[in-house]
Design a protein. Structure first.
Length: 479
């Protein structure tokens, strides 16, 4: 379905509207209509160089000196120019690993290592909470929050979509039914947000809206979305306390129209204050184009950071949706199990070495609209990609991820290296080459072992040569 030029539109839902059902109905709609995130008319987003290219930046110079100090002189000789990811060293906390699960209110908990869950497509939208004017049913949301907490997961509740009886444009079309994409009456929005914040307090994080730069989720203006943001933030802080976390709307950025909307939103002011003053976290959905690989997220992340106002640049940034192969509503083209595992691993590693502080995979049991699946159809048996998730979790959880960089010249051209500090006596380096022939790296003299993506560890001391392809491998050394 074609919408505004340059703006993503989701596939038409059942009879032109899709009130998000629970359970098997979601899976059935996914299979029959391709209705969930990012079924759109595609146009190629502009490509940007990685930060630090084509010329070596000061950070790259420092990285080279660090390579020498860490015993990686062979790598330095073979590759004299590095392109760095948008690096920002961070301590990886359990909440970095996030997920969506549409059945969480029914007791489903994803079977991989996690610390956070995003409540979206989970029976918890405004339309499903306020079933009639002033009538609130929190049954499903209560269960979702309680089930998440019981599993040790931090819930993030996505606010919206507008109930038709509160819509200023009752017939506005959207994926979740008539009026769902409309600007709500502000008094109704304030009351709804207040009821939610009073009920859950600091037990959840609050995201203002999902993808307002997508026509089937929002048909209002950037100024109206900024007003909703300021109003909700003020009400949440009053009801839940100043320490409550308010997350900005989630923005996909593949298309120029989406990027323009994002820029205009962040330039908005409400009552002479930047909209950034009303949020604690910046949110992006870094879906690349259908044929692109995880590394394409870096280009989108560069765009996201560059377009933020000064007031938002130091705020944490969360990647609130990610998967691959989405084709605008059609069944995604299948890729091999090995490639799926590689995509998951590279997603976690690249995000961990960037300004991103949380990654929410979309989703547990995603169905045919995406090409990378963590679990089999039984919703229990992990796929190779699901096992890769847990392997990388073991590599980086509660560590300091320092950087990821890509060799741009020499025999190691194309090889990525992520550096992870575990302790004073252990450094982990994760290597992969996204495409082309495998490369041969030389490990540091202090190497102790290396581990493949299946989790198999080979104990071997000293410097040696190791083949690296698209499946990341982790080398553990003393320095």
């Amino acid at each position: 379905m074609v919408g505004r030029p340059g703006v993503s539109t989701y596939a038409a839902a059942k009879r032109g509207s899709w009130g998000p059902p629970l359970g098997d109905d979601v899976e059935r709609l996914q299979a029959s209509r391709g209705v969930l995130d990012h079924r759109e008319t595609w146009s190629r987003a502009p490509s940007l160089p990685f930060l630090g290219s084509p010329l070596m930046s000061l950070n790259a110079h420092r990285s080279v000196r660090a390579l020498v100090a860490l015993g990686l002189a062979p790598l330095l000789v073979l590759s004299t120019l590095l392109a760095s990811a948008p690096a920002q060293a961070q301590k990886i906390r359990p909440t970095f690993f996030g997920m969506h699960d549409g059945l969480i209110s029914s007791g489903s908990i994803p079977g991989v290592e996690l610390g956070a869950v995003r409540l979206w497509d989970s029976g918890t939208s405004w339309r499903q909470i306020e079933t009639a004017n002033g009538v609130f049913d929190f049954t499903a949301t209560d269960q979702a929050v309680e089930n998440a907490e019981a599993a040790g997961l931090r819930p993030m509740l996505v606010l919206g979509q507008t109930p038709r009886f509160h819509a200023t444009k009752r017939n506005a079309a959207g994926a979740y039914g008539r009026g769902a994409t409309s600007m709500p009456r502000i008094a109704a929005w304030t009351r709804y947000v207040g009821r939610v914040a009073q009920r859950y307090g600091n037990r959840v994080d609050y995201q203002i809206w999902n993808e307002p730069n997508v026509k089937n989720y929002w048909t209002g203006t950037t100024a109206q979305m900024a007003k909703l943001t300021a109003t909700a933030s003020t009400r949440i802080k009053r009801a839940a306390g100043r320490r409550a976390t308010v997350v900005a709307p989630a923005f996909p950025l593949r298309l120029k129209g989406q990027q323009g909307w994002y820029t205009k939103y962040w330039a908005s002011k409400v009552g002479r204050k930047s909209v950034a003053a009303f949020v604690n976290v910046v949110a992006v959905n870094l879906y690349p184009e259908a044929k692109q690989a995880p590394e394409a997220q870096l280009q989108l992340l560069n765009i996201a950071k560059r377009q933020l106002p000064k007031a938002a640049r130091k705020k944490p940034m969360w990647n609130t949706e990610i998967n691959y192969g989405l084709l605008g509503g059609d069944t995604a083209r299948r890729i091999s199990a090995a490639k799926q595992a590689s995509f998951v691993a590279r997603t976690l590693l690249l995000n961990a070495a960037s300004p991103i502080r949380r990654v929410y995979w979309y989703r547990w049991a995603v169905g045919p609209i995406a090409n990378t699946h963590l679990v089999e159809d039984d919703r229990t048996t992990l796929t190779r990609a699901g096992r890769a998730w847990d392997t990388v979790h073991g590599w980086i959880n509660r560590t300091d991820v320092k950087s990821c960089s890509q060799a741009r010249r020499g025999k190691l051209k194309g090889v990525y290296t992520c550096t992870v500090r575990v302790s004073r006596t252990e450094v982990r380096r994760v290597h992969w080459k996204p495409s082309g022939r495998a490369a041969t790296i030389t490990t540091p003299r202090s190497t102790r072992s290396w581990t493949n993506l299946a989790g198999t560890t080979t104990d071997r001391n000293g410097r040696y040569r190791l083949r690296v392809g698209s499946l990341p491998v982790m080398v553990s050394s003393r320095s």
